[in-house]
Design a protein around this ligand. Sequence first.
Ligand code: AHZ
Length: 313
Amino acid sequence: PTLVMNRPNTVTAQDKSQVINLEAGESSQVSFADWEKFSFAPIRESTVSRAMTRRYFADMDKYTESDVVIVGAGSAGLSAAYVLAKNRPDLKIAIIEASVSPGGGCWLGGQLFSAMVLRKPAQLFLDEIEVAYEDEGDYVVVKHAALFMSTLMSKVLQFPNIKLFNATAVEDLITRRDESGELRIAGVVTNWTLVALNHDTQSCMDPNTINCNVVLSTTGHDGPFGAFSAKRMQSLRPKGTDNSFELGGMRGLDMNKAEDAIVKGTREVTPGLVIAGMELAEVDGSNRMGPTFGAMALSGVKAAESVLNVFDL
Ligand code: AHZ
């Protein structure tokens, strides 16, 4: 049998005699049986540039007024994005991820091990996104964390109302004072991550902005890139002032306490800003849970609910 690629997307095995073997571009089939006759459809280099840049700038134009901006494409952020986009196809959702490669700390189960543990009832989220697992009673095991992350990411990226801007960092928050004088988060200030990392070495690299109704921050626990919005809120409302925003600081590891606390605590922490995932441990001073991922998925689910509550819908 010869492998035949029927355009688009379906791959079937067929007997070589059934394959009409024409030049690519002229046929609805490409046979891998005869590489001598193989060639790609022609293209001009500028066409490739335009194909990318036209779409990117159209997306920038479209999402500069978003309904929701999710900061950080780790397990909590992407779980929230999935639930939000699935339930509310009318909302425009921008995901801003500082790294070139989205996924955060969810490519391995822990240390350098592959298998990923999720305590029940987080298996319900795996059922929803159709990731297989072994049932071990109180917990389930996915054979590779990358299977969870790649499946989740692939589903998120297919929603028409989501745009992921990766290699882009949120470097500040847009703030407003409402009539009562309370600070409200009204969007994010962005820059290419490579630019954000070079503000000390170059001048005049002003940022860009995205306005939105609600920011969902899921930037992980404190580190070079972590806990971004929590730390910015602390500096916007410093200790000793009225209405100060103080950070509890993430505590040591306690799986049992940590996972419940993160899911229960996921909320709008200040008007216009919902915080979920491990960034919340820095706000509330809750424990870390280490290599068990159920709380990240379900904190994402609860964050989606909190975001919709901000809209009062
Ligand atoms: O690159 C970051 C990562 O992909 C991204 N990020 C951070 N700051 C950003 C900024 N602008 C844009 N200013 C930013 N993106 O946020 C993502 C965070 O992903 P994560 O996997 O670190 O966070 P999470 O809360 O989804 O999952 C954390 C999982 C746990 S628990 C744990 C422990 O207890 O030890 N450790 C990890 C990694």
